[in-house]
Design a protein around this ligand. Structure first.
Ligand code: DP6
Length: 335
């Protein structure tokens, strides 16, 4: 935390944090309580370094309202969510100062690359440091979860589980394995630019209201989580591949059966699914996962990354392939 006083006696407290997106292998889709943003299912993810959000939070007595800019541009819808998140942090830290928040991503936003997850993880870590609040990480995870259900997972590195606790009345986020313990790599095939048509929040509420498969999805999640947890503990790639693809396809089944149907894939996404399955059948260790957008994420050991990257880049319609490795959780980098 840096405290500055200018000649007009305004007081500024500032810090900068970096967070990486995470990719769910066992998916979160659905809310048990929309007001508290309590997920209906637990989830399990990997935190991916190589892609990053950097956020600077400056609390300033000279401000009469919060300000939020993403890549230098005002974002009113996101600003309201940022303010609500800061309100909760201010309440716990006993502060009434408004903040100016500057955030930037080095990867495409709102296209199924989990920018809200890294965004809110970086926000709570930077704001906590700026205020000198020193809230424990589980408390920061709860604040991030209220802002976006996938965000607490980016507070931790490596393999991370967001588990339901107390019969689903709260969540607990924890690291299952450090990045170095099983250093997998990720290739992201970008198949379209621009924001998705239906955001995750609206999409999952629609699925809950109208998808005939929603209840079966919620009921099947604990078994997928248990299988994924066991696969991670045993570093069993084949088992993790099987449960990850199953969870992804089941979530997309729920989405497709929503009325009106949520079709997040394009033709290139489907071509990439077949490519990844073909590679695996040919002995290349790789599996896919896809979120609420058209990008396909392929997960593989680092030794297979060059091959996977090369093959994905050759699929007609793939605009580019981003790559990443398992990385650390959100952290303060300045201030
Ligand atoms: C498909 O965390 O964006 O990426 O809690 O409404 O902000 P809100 O939703 P969000 O949903 C992510 C959904 C997903 C699957 C996942 O990351 O687990």
């Amino acid at each position: 935390m840096i405290e500055h006083r200018n000649p007009h006696e305004s007081v500024m407290q500032q810090a900068t944090a970096v967070a990486h997106p995470n990719i769910a292998l066992v998916k979160y889709w659905g809310k048990a309580d929309a007001a508290q943003n309590l997920p209906a299912v637990g989830s399990l993810s990997i935190t991916v370094e190589g892609l990053a959000t950097t956020t600077t939070v400056r609390f300033d007595t000279a401000l009469d309202a919060d300000r939020f800019r993403l890549a230098g541009r005002e974002e009113p819808a996101m600003a309201r969510r940022v303010s609500a998140c800061l309100d909760e942090l201010r309440r716990r830290a006993g502060s009434s100062l408004h903040a100016a928040v500057e955030s930037g991503n080095d990867f495409p936003t709102a296209a199924g690359l989990a920018s809200s997850a890294s965004g809110f993880a970086a926000l709570v870590v930077a704001a906590d440091a700026a205020l000198g609040a020193g809230l424990p990480r589980p408390e920061l995870a709860e604040l991030a979860r209220r802002a976006s259900g996938s965000a607490p997972r980016s507070l931790y590195g490596g393999f991370v589980e967001l588990a339901l606790a107390d019969s689903g009345r709260r969540t607990e986020c924890r690291q299952l394995l450090e990045p170095a313990a099983w250093p997998l790599a990720v290739a992201v095939a970008v198949t379209a630019r621009g924001p998705k048509a239906v955001g995750s929040t609206a999409g999952m509420l629609a699925s809950e209201r109208s998808s005939p498969y929603y209840a079966a999805w919620v009921a099947s999640s604990p078994a997928d989580l248990a299988a994924a947890r066991a696969a991670v503990a045993a570093r069993d790639f084949e088992a993790l591949a099987a449960v990850s693809e199953a969870s992804c396809l089941a979530m997309h089944g729920v989405m497709l059966a929503t009325r009106p149907g949520l079709v997040y894939w394009n033709g290139t996404t489907v071509a990439c699914i077949h490519l990844v399955r073909g590679l695996r059948a040919a002995g290349v260790p790789v599996f896919f996962t896809i979120d609420a957008g058209p990008q396909l994420k392929a997960v593989c050991p680092p030794a297979a990354l060059a091959r996977v990257r090369h093959e994905l880049a050759a699929v007609p319609g793939v605009e580019r392939v981003l790559e990443g490795r398992l990385g650390e959780g959100a952290r303060v980098v300045a201030g």
